[in-house]
Every structure is written in C-alpha cells, then in structure tokens.
Write a protein that binds this ligand. Structure first.
Ligand SMILES: Cc1cc2nc3c(=O)[nH]c(=O)nc-3n(C[C@H](O)[C@H](O)[C@H](O)COP(=O)(O)OP(=O)(O)OC[C@H]3O[C@@H](n4cnc5c(N)ncnc54)[C@H](O)[C@@H]3O)c2cc1C
Length: 368
C-alpha cells in the first residue's frame, strides 16, 4: 500500500511514476493487516511517531473521499474511537499511565469504569474494570483499501510493470534504474524503495537497510449478531469489527514474532488469540473461526519508518519500515515523500536513513 499511496500522490503532484509490483496480493502486509487507525493507542509517548501518526489520521477522511471517488470502491472508514480495556491490576495501572500522558499532551481521551465501558460496548466481559476511549481513532477495511488504491493508481494513468526488482542500478553516485529478477532492466532517474519487509533484500543498495520481517498471525470469527461497534483491545488481543461479503466478522490480532520470512500459522499463537477474544467478548461463545492468516510487518531498529533520500546515491529514496502502522501512516509518508521529491520540504531527520549510521540518533521512537 505504501508504494501505491506514494505513486498516487506523486502522479497527483505532476510527476510520472511507474510502479514495479510482483502482483501477489496475499503476500503483502497490507492484505494481512487489521486496518486500525490508532495513533493514541500505538504511541508510547509524545514524539516523532505520534506526530506522524496523528498527521496520518488527520489526512485519512480526505484521502478516503478521493480514493472512493476515483476507484468506485468503498473502504469502510470508521472513526468512532478505539476502546482500550484493563482487567488485571497491573494492566489497570498501565492504562492509567497512558491516560495521564495522553491528557497531559492534550489528546481527546475519556476514562471509563467497567460499567461505563460496557454501556459503550455491551458485549464486553464483566471482568473489564476500566476503559480508555481514544476519540477519533478508528479503522478502515485494509483489503478494500488496497484494491481501491490499485484501481485509483491505474485510473490516474500511472504505469505498472509486473515483476520483482532484484537490484538497484547506480553509477558514479547516481541512480540509473533497476534490474528485475527475470533480467529486464528499467531506466529511471529516481527510484523509491517501498518493498515492505523485503526492502533490505534488494541488491546494489549503497548501505545495509535495517528492515526486518516481524510476523503477525491473525484470525477472523464470524459474528452474525455484531457484538462490537468499534475497535476494542485488551493487553492480550485487539478486536476489530469487519463487514465481510459473507457477513459480519470480528478480526482478532495479532502475534508479534521474530521468525524471519516464515509465514506459517502456528497453533499456540492462534489458540492464544482465540482465547483472548472469547475472554474479552464472551458473547463470541463458540462462533466459528472463518479465516486464519499471517503477514510480515516491515520492522526497523527504532520502530520508525524510513522516509527520505539516500545521503550518498542521488535519486535513491526510501519509503519503508512502516512496521505496525503502515495503513495509518501511508498517506502521511506519501505526502512527506512527495514534498521531498518536489523540493517543497525535506523529510524530518527522525525518519531518514542516516539515523542508523549515527548512534546518537537511534533512540526511543515513542511507539509501543
Ligand atoms: C498482522 C498484521 C496486522 C497489522 N495491523 C495493522 C493495523 O491495524 N494498522 C496499521 O496501520 N498497520 C497494520 N499493520 C502494518 C501494515 O500492514 C504495514 O506497515 C503496511 O502494510 C506496510 O505496507 P508496505 O506497502 O510497506 O508493505 P506490503 O504491504 O508488504 O507491500 C510490499 C510490496 O512490495 C512488493 N515487493 C516485495 N519485494 C519486491 C521486489 N523485490 N520488487 C518489487 N516489489 C516487491 C510486495 O509484492 C508488496 O506489493 C499490520 C501488519 C500485520 C502483519
């Protein structure tokens, strides 16, 4: 999604991008994601991540309006809040701490006791002791969003090459284009590397790119009686209401595993997700699991995305490492890239690749 959002934004700004894409939809983190848009739930503290994530959220309504108009595909944007819950004393203290820093930093959050939380979401377990409503956070149907972006990009006249890039081509400190795995070459004065978890595997890069796959398992439970109105989390799981063609579902996520490029389902992780979901919303009872899947988040050492030009090879730009929040961040990072490439403004230092060669700059990102 990140590359497509960028191509759409660049084409809008009058540039003529070409997308190189293998076209294997279910490989993508964007397909595997939950579609939450939750800056205040993901950030650990005020800082560059929260700032970028809030700007991503702010862009979403207009981004979706334009996308739906251009593609004719609805993407199910809901910004009716995300409810964090706590049951155990330890978790309650952590939730209070989050409430305190979010309020001190001026964000719209509402504290609730267990009864208030159940008034908002009646199917929550009687064990829930407190809730924190993150107002204006929400969700989008990420798979429809991906389809809509593909259509909008095609309609806007952006060219697409089906294929997989094997190497960057550069000479004398300037980009010349890319080589594809099947031997074809493409010439280009600018190359934007936006290959998600696979970004570090492209040959010919001027530096090792510290992007690694972080596996996430998820599942979907069929829920004809629609137990939830909004995204709800416990410290163990998050639950996302989803309208699927087969009927209403609750998506349950997600594990976080350092397993390289392995994308297999693993029974223990799946069982933990199921148990966590049925504990938080007992009404799910023995409603059937209708889908199970995994995806690879593009992680970085400080959990922040990499956005900006390479300092040594002119014409090479990075747009990768969106980790747990690429759906949320894509419109904002596409905007940063477009501003950079059109000379309006440079991306902030916190997101530039140089930070990995400067130990002072590699520090806490402010996301959980
Ligand atoms: C289980 C899970 C849950 C998540 N939940 C959320 C959420 O609720 N909210 C949120 O904001 N984010 C979420 N994320 C994170 C989000 O999905 C990612 O950050 C985001 O999708 C990354 O987008 P991307 O375009 O960089 O990567 P991808 O969507 O993985 O796309 C990478 C693209 O690069 C292509 N590619 C790979 N190698 C090459 C090559 N050599 N040449 C050409 N193309 C190549 C791939 O085919 C693909 O099209 C979740 C992720 C996971 C796994």
């Amino acid at each position: 999604m990140v590359g497509l959002a960028a191509a759409w934004a660049l084409s809008d700004a009058g540039l003529r991008p070409r997308v190189v894409d293998p076209g294997e939809i279910t490989d993508r983190a964007t397909w595997a994601a939950g579609g939450m848009l939750a800056p205040m739930g993901e950030a650990r503290e005020p800082g560059p991540f929260l700032h970028l994530a809030l700007s991503g959220l702010e862009r979403y309504p207009a981004f979706v309006r334009r996308l739906e108009a251009a593609s004719g595909i609805g993407v199910g944007l809901h910004l009716d809040g995300k409810l964090l819950t706590a049951t155990r004393p330890d978790d309650l203290r952590k939730l209070e701490a989050r409430r305190d820093w979010l309020l001190a930093d001026g964000h719209p959050v509402e504290w609730m006791d267990g009864e208030d939380a159940r008034r908002l979401e009646p199917s929550l377990s009687p064990h829930v002791r407190a809730g924190l409503l993150l107002e204006g956070n929400g969700r989008v149907h990420n798979r429809d969003l991906q389809r809509a972006l593909e259509t909008a990009v095609a309609v806007s006249g952006v060219a697409t090459t089906r294929g997989r890039v094997s190497a960057l081509r550069s000479r004398g400190g300037r980009v010349e284009g890319v080589t594809l795995r099947d031997g074809r070459t493409l010439d280009a004065p600018v190359v934007v590397l936006a290959a998600g978890a696979w970004s570090g595997g492209i040959e010919g890069l001027p530096r090792p790119l510290p992007v690694r796959p972080v596996k996430g398992q998820m599942l979907a439970i069929a829920s004809p009686d629609r137990p939830l109105c909004r995204v709800v989390t416990s410290p163990d799981v998050y639950l996302i209401p989803r309208e699927a063609p087969e009927g209403p579902q609750v998506l349950v996520g997600a594990t976080s595993e350092e397993a390289g490029f392995d994308r297999s389902l693993e029974p223990r992780g799946q069982a933990a997700l199921e148990d966590g979901a049925r504990d938080l919303v007992p009404q799910l009872g023995d409603a059937p699991v209708v889908e199970r899947w995994t995806g690879l988040r593009p992680g970085t050492p400080d959990d922040l995305p990499i956005v900006g030009p390479d300092p040594e090879v002119s014409g090479l730009w990075y747009l990768t490492g969106h980790y747990r929040n690429g759906i949320l961040l894509a419109p904002a990072t596409a905007h940063l890239l477009t501003e950079g490439l059109t000379g309006v403004a440079s991306p902030p230092a916190a997101f530039r690749v140089e930070r990995f060669s400067d130990p002072v700059l590699v520090r806490g990102s402010g996301r959980s």
